[in-house]
Design a protein around this ligand. Structure first.
Ligand SMILES: *Cc1c(COP(=O)(O)O)cnc(C)c1O
Length: 389
C-alpha cells in the first residue's frame, strides 16, 4: 500500500486534496455545516426544492404506503407503479414516447453509452463533457474523438477525419463547471448533414431552461432532432436518479441492454415519488425559474463589474476563474471564515490552470444574503490580489 500514500501526498502537495464537508440541515440557501451556519453557493439545488414541503410530504406518503427499500432490480421485483408513472411523466415532460429511469445520472450515461456503442463506433465528444460520459465512452470500447469545447469547426474537421460506419455526437446541454450552453442547433445541423446520431446530457438544463423547464433542447427548439435525451433527477429536480427519454423502441433497447439498469436495485419508491411531484411543480411554476434568472443575471453583472473573471451564461452557474489551485482554495477558505461556503473546484474536475469557485444560485436565495456575499467576495478578491483595488 506504499504507493497509495505516495499518490496521496502528491495530491496534497499540489493543493488537490479533497474531503467531504458535512451538513447537519437540509440543502438550502443557509445550511448548518458542521455546527456553523453558512450561506451556501454552489449547490445544484437550483430551484430550491430540496426542502420543499410538498416534496417532503410526497416522500412520507410513499414511505407509508410502500416502505423504504425497492427490494430488487427493476426487471425482477424492484419496479412499482410509481416507477411507471414517473417514466410516463418524464416522457410527457420531455415530449418523447417513453423514458427509462436509472439510479443515478452517472449510471445512465455509463449504461446508455456502453449498450449503444462498441469498438465499431466513433463517439465525438465535447472536451468539457461530464466525467460520466467519458467513462461510458471508455467502457463501450468505441473510438473516442474529443472536439474543442463548443467549437463547431473543430467538430466538423474531426468528423471529416474520423467518421466511421456508426457515429454519435454527445454533449452536455449545460456545461456543469462553466455554465455555458452547447450550440445544439449547429450540432443538430452537422449531425443531419453527416448522418450522425446525437445525445444530450441535460443534467443542468432540466428545470432551468426552456419553456416549462424541460431543458436545453426545448430552449433551442430542437427536441425532436436529438436521438437520445439524457438527464438527472438529482439537480433542479431535487431527488435522485437519471433518465433517458426517447422513442419507444430506443427505451426498450436500453431496458434490455444497459447493464447499469439491469444489475442494480431500483430506486426506493420515496425517491421516485419526490421526482414525480417535483416535475409537476417545475412544469407549472415559472416564477421560480424567472426569479432564478433575475438573481443570476444581477449577481453575474456585479461580479464582472468588480473585475472577476467569469463567463457570460444564461444559467445559474457562475464560474469565478482563479487559475491557481492554491489561490482558489485560499479564497474558498477565507469566505468560509466569513460564513460563506463555495467549494473550490480544481483538477481533475476542471482543466489544469482553471481552478475556480463554482458559484451557483438557488431561486430561494435572498438579495440580502447575496449582497453580503458580493461585499465579502470583493474584499477577499482584493486581499488575495485576484481583482484590483
Ligand atoms: C451531475 C451530472 C451527472 C451525474 O448525475 P448524478 O445523478 O449526480 O449521478 C451527469 N452528467 C452531468 C453533466 C452532470 O452534471
Amino acid at each position: 500500500m506504499n504507493n497509495l500514500s505516495k499518490r496521496l501526498s502528491l495530491i496534497k502537495e499540489n493543493d488537490l486534496y479533497r474531503d467531504c464537508r458535512y451538513f447537519c440541515s437540509s440543502q438550502a440557501p443557509k445550511v448548518n455545516m458542521e455546527g456553523k451556519e453558512v450561506i451556501l453557493l454552489g449547490s445544484n439545488n437550483y430551484l430550491g426544492l430540496c426542502d420543499d414541503a410538498r416534496l417532503k410530504e410526497a416522500a412520507i406518503k410513499a414511505v407509508n404506503k410502500y416502505g423504504v427499500g425497492a427490494g430488487g432490480s427493476r426487471l425482477t421485483t424492484g419496479s412499482y407503479d410509481l416507477h411507471r408513472k414517473l417514466e410516463e411523466k418524464i416522457a410527457t415532460f420531455k415530449g418523447t414516447e417513453n423514458s427509462l429511469v436509472f439510479n443515478t445520472g452517472y449510471m445512465a450515461n455509463v449504461g446508455i453509452l456502453s449498450a449503444l456503442c462498441d469498438r465499431k463506433w466513433v463517439i465525438f465528444c465535447d472536451k468539457y463533457n461530464h466525467a460520466s460520459i467519458i467513462d461510458g465512452c471508455l467502457l463501450s470500447g468505441a473510438k473516442l474523438v474529443r472536439y474543442k469545447h463548443c467549437d463547431m469547426s473543430d467538430l466538423e474537421r474531426k468528423i471529416h477525419i474520423y467518421k466511421g460506419k456508426n457515429n454519435l455526437i454527445v454533449t452536455d446541454g449545460v456545461f456543469s463547471m462553466d455554465g455555458d450552453v452547447a450550440p445544439l442547433k449547429e450540432i443538430v445541423k452537422l449531425a443531419k448533414r453527416y448522418e450522425i446520431l446525437t445525445m444530450v446530457d441535460d443534467a443542468h438544463g432540466v428545470g432551468v431552461l426552456g419553456e416549462r423547464g424541460s431543458g436545453t433542447a426545448a430552449y433551442f427548439g430542437v427536441s425532436e432532432h436529438i436521438d437520445i435525451q439524457m438527464g438527472t433527477l438529482s439537480k433542479a429536480i431535487a431527488s435522485v436518479g437519471g433518465y433517458i427519454a426517447g422513442k419507444k423502441e430506443v427505451i426498450d433497447y436500453f431496458k434490455n441492454l444497459s447493464r447499469s439498469f439491469i444489475f442494480s436495485t431500483g430506486l426506493p419508491p420515496a425517491s421516485i415519488a419526490v421526482s414525480l411531484k417535483a416535475i409537476e411543480i417545475i412544469e407549472k411554476d415559472n416564477k421560480r425559474r424567472e426569479r432564478l434568472t433575475v438573481l443570476s443575471n444581477w449577481f453575474k453583472k456585479e461580479l464582472k463589474l468588480m473585475g472577476f473573471n467569469t463567463t457570460d451564461t444564461i444559467t445559474p452557474i457562475i464560474p469565478v476563474i482563479i487559475g491557481d489551485a492554491k489561490k482558489a482554495n485560499k479564497l474558498s477558505e477565507n469566505l468560509l471564515e466569513e460564513g460563506i461556503y463555495i467549494p473550490a473546484i480544481r483538477p481533475p474536475t476542471v482543466p489544469k490552470g482553471t481552478s475556480r469557485l463554482r458559484i451557483s444560485l438557488m431561486a430561494t436565495h435572498t438579495y440580502e444574503d447575496l449582497s453580503y456575499v458580493l461585499k465579502v467576495i470583493k474584499e477577499q478578491g482584493r486581499r488575495l490580489q485576484i481583482i484590483e483595488g
